[in-house]
Design a protein around this ligand. Structure first.
Ligand code: GAR
Length: 227
């Protein structure tokens, strides 16, 4: 794996922090021997824990510090230059905590994928676990979706649901959501690598041969939802 690999679906992963979703993506590619290559992990923060992990794994890393740029446009241009050096088929946002400009999003139209810690369209933006607890929802979760210029919006590829339990705090709810996120992103990366994902005329996602694009966290672990 790495920049030297030229086989299969070329992936660049963007992170801002600890990068456990990025690790789940890397492990999916490796453990399932997917026809995909993690060409680079790029962060806007030099001290992101996920960058150190990726380096230890021998994955190519790059840092484009947003603080070095005086505008969003300048940062996004530098970020796009860094990404394009790896000629990705898909750019996966995995806990990348910068709002991207419409020009950036349009440049990667159909190639830019995000994971958001809520069941979109509920709770876009920040503090999704606090928002869920404040609303008293009984189910919460995460969404993997194509990115459009509207924040936390776009064709939904997969969703995972977790129960909200009495006494939950934002932190333990976040931990439960994270468990299902790792399964979600691993599945989506497999579908991408196998070329199964497309958009129909209504801009809705189709995944060829896959009946269930939703997952549920049960006491036994993560399972596809029954349809
Ligand atoms: C994940 O829960 C992800 O959904 C969320 O940040 C966390 C990153 O965790 N992303 C967003 O909030 C994007 N708006 P990780 O660094 O351990 O993968």
């Amino acid at each position: 794996m790495g920049a030297s690999s030229t086989t299969g679906c070329r992936l660049v992963v963007l992170i801002s922090g600890r990068g456990t979703n990025m690790q789940a993506i890397v492990n999916a590619v490796r453990n399932q021997a997917l026809p995909a290559a993690i060409c680079a992990v790029i962060s806007n923060k030099a001290d992101a824990g996920g960058i150190a992990w990726a380096r230890e794994q021998g994955i190519v890393t790059a840092v484009v510090p947003h603080r070095d740029y005086s505008s969003r446009d300048e940062f996004d241009t530098a970020l796009a230059d860094a990404i394009d050096a790896y000629r990705p088929d898909y750019v996966l946002l995995a806990g990348f905590m910068r709002v991207l400009t419409p020009a950036f999003v349009e440049r990667y139209n159909g190639k830019l994928i995000n994971i958001h810690p809520s069941l979109l369209p509920a709770f876009p933006g920040l503090h999704t676990h606090q928002q869920a607890l404040a609303m008293g929802v009984q189910w919460h979760g995460s969404t993997v979706h194509f990115v459009t210029p509207v924040l936390d919006h776009g064709p939904i590829i997969a969703q995972g649901v977790v129960p909200v339990l009495s006494g939950d705090t934002p932190d333990n709810l976040a931990g439960r959501v994270l468990q299902i996120e790792h399964h979600l992103y691993a599945n989506v990366v497999r579908w991408l690598a196998e070329g199964l994902i497309s958009l129909d005329a209504m801009q809705r996602v189709q995944v060829r041969g896959v009946a269930s694009r939703s997952f549920v966290l049960t006491p036994q672990g993560v399972e596809p939802s029954q349809r």
